[in-house]
Design a protein around this ligand. Sequence first.
Ligand code: F6R
Length: 599
Amino acid sequence: MCGIFGIITDREQKLGPILVESGKRLAYRGYDSVGCATVTSDGTIDLRKGVGRIEDVSAELDFPAMRGRRGITQLRWATFGAPSYENAQPHLDSDGDMVGAHNGNVVNNVQLRELFLREGLAVRGTNDGETCVHAVERHFDRNGGDMLAAIRAAYDDLEGDYAFVITHREEHRLYAIKKGSGLVAGLGEGFACVSSDLPSILPLTRQVLYIRDGEIVVLSPQRVELYAVHDGAPIERQSERYDGPLEVAEKGGYPHFMLKEIHEQPVVAGELLHLLNGSRHVDRFLEMLTTGGDRPVYLVGCGTSYHACLLGAYYLNQLAGLAAVPVLGPQFIEQYSQSLGVADRAVFVSQSGETKDILNAVKVMRQRGGRVLGVLNVLGSTLMQASDVYLPLGCGYEISVPATKTFVNQAALFLYLAYRLAKRDTGELDALPSLLSQTLQATGEPSRQVARDLNDWRDMYYLGYGLSHPIALEGALKLKEITYAHCEGIFSSEFKHGPLSAVHDGYPVVFITAPGDEMMMINHVNEVTTRGGRAIAIAAEHTALRANVHDYLSLPPSDRFLSPILATIPAQLMAYHMSVARGLDPDFPRNLSKTLTVD
Ligand code: F6R
């Protein structure tokens, strides 16, 4: 949530286009408001900001025209303070000498604001990014105008997890600090930059430095210096070259990133399998996964990543007999922390590798001496750095806020691990990319038609049995996330224990069914259809099942372990088409952010 970018250059220039481009590459982190600030050679600050998406605000306020030698962009996902001009970032200090922006959450924001107001500082809004700027301003005067000392002192006052970037108009330097939220620095010819995430840096330079918690970065055009916040001592670390792909945030002919990313699934699944087959990390990962004796292994995730954990638990148990407990990040802390010990292992699954709910759980695991195994998509993320061993998802950047291809690869990765533990031939999984392509082909148009038929409904259910239950949850999450309709995913046998009362004429219920579960599912279908409900099946061809439902989204034949992964595609497509049919933008659903670095 929220994205920051800052740059310092060796000559005055039109920084606006760079700030806008970097901002667009961070837009998935927040789009409630956006702002840019530049500082010219003579120390003049130009600050422009407004509520809305970067494309619109930039056009209205002419961001591209902004000139300077230093620049900051911020994309906001609102937590403290409603989206408004005052709460949009960057923020000025009281007398307009400093400008800064943050991401993350300052949890004692309210108390600090009251203190600042009592002290006579010019507090303009209620946003905690502004609090970061005032916290530095306040210590700047007390520390004789020393920015580094002021930031170190402010760090002690600002509780929570955040990263911020700040500059003083009279000093040709840019400062940034990391405490819990992601921060990466880049160094290029005649400039240095810092950002919440790599995508905004890579078009400018591939020479990067991953910043760690408790570090202050001081950027000048030729240098990136690091200092420890606790004692101010310099830290030696060389920048490294990032050789990964430079993903261009383009839609490649698709109307939305979500549709593009859904169609990328066959390719990224193939790349993941290739990556896993050649990875030396897999053996270490499996060894660590199985060293806990009788202790269950925890699979920890949030949202879509949690659904992958649920499916992973089925795979590990059904294929390899391993007891796995799927659990939400905060639930892991609340429900299991007291019984964790050195023999425990947990797989933490996160697309971004920055989800605070996950990082909190990692911290608890560390405190209890257990092992941290990471599964993540964003290389260099905090989760990657905090893991004893990690496996990458290899999806490239996922721009669209709803997770699609990363879910498929999380599921495929768990299936691969289960195969390895079961000593089954992982070559059997090589069929997955082609099966995913066939599924796209077979269910593309039918999913659109069903979506069109159902589009007037604001309420529906997704039901799945066993292995398909996680996909029912995922289908329901996608649908509510991007259509704003209510949709619930349920274990199909549970439906009769209460929710069945919702069913009336035409009420839509989607039944996701893996091979072998069809006859069981027919019972659950009939409980709905006899009460007037409309049953939509997502399953491989099965004559008896087809005879009992109204609509059939037919999957290519596969086995019961691959089938749930294939079933994800029509569920994603139905949600996508319903969102578009409602005139919504599935890439940027209201109120959401792709990276949630807050509690
Ligand atoms: C839904 C979605 C979210 C994320 C969740 C966890 O489409 O994207 O539910 O799955 O916020 O994010 P990561 O995987 O980055 O930890």
